[in-house]
Design a protein around this ligand. Sequence first.
Ligand SMILES: Nc1ncnc2c1ncn2[C@@H]1O[C@H](COP(=O)(O)OP(=O)(O)O)[C@@H](O)[C@H]1O
Ligand SMILES: [Mg+2]
Length: 228
Amino acid sequence: MSLSLTDITLTYPDGDGRLTALDRVTLDVPRGGLTAVIGPSGSGKSSLLAVAATLITPDSGTVTVDGTDTTGMSRGELAGLRRHRIGIVFQQPNLLASLTAAEQLQVMAHLDGRRARAARGRALELLDAVGLADLAGRRPHQLSGGQRQRINIARALMNDPGVLLVDEPTSALDHERGAAVIDLITRLTRERGTATVLVTHDHAHLAAADRVTEVFDGRLGLASPTGS
Ligand SMILES: Nc1ncnc2c1ncn2[C@@H]1O[C@H](COP(=O)(O)OP(=O)(O)O)[C@@H](O)[C@H]1O
Ligand SMILES: [Mg+2]
């Protein structure tokens, strides 16, 4: 298992009390497999990804990334773990307007001058892998929504993470472009052997998944692959 969440409970402050966003959630995500998470708005999907990404520390439970138990790690240690082992794709690409496609990826590499050429090579290789080799010099305003989301995905893979966490990547895309993005995530998961969690609201995407998990009111249950 490359990502394990064990007995995770997460609450947020809510008026005088606490709101339980995740209620004793356990999820094991194997390498090279796509685990889809579905559920209504407000059910806890993004909270689940934020805990898996170590961006939020749960009230209780453990998050294990590539065999490393993250419990008790310092902020600095967690930042290092995220940088090297976890790729995160948020709903909105959040690309920097002034940078070209290749540069969006290169900034992920935090490298000194000597290794800058290697970072450039890796950025171009990943842009090729997501079908954008010819557009490496374009800036975000010269790209379509689907192309920007592909750059977002390539950027998350820049440091060769073992874990890939993707939150509703198609919500701003039409059906055809959305399906192409899901195909891309599926292929990259197989090729690169990532343990991938895909949060989606679109049941049409579930056919690509190896496993489908449904979240309801912060609790997990296994759903059938058709989501019915
Ligand atoms: N930072 C926060 N503070 C307080 N409540 C939050 C916060 N983030 C999410 N919530 C609440 O937690 C629940 C789960 O939210 P979320 O994980 O965003 O669900 P989903 O991604 O499935 O829409 C919701 O009731 C939401 O309002
Ligand atoms: Mg969400």
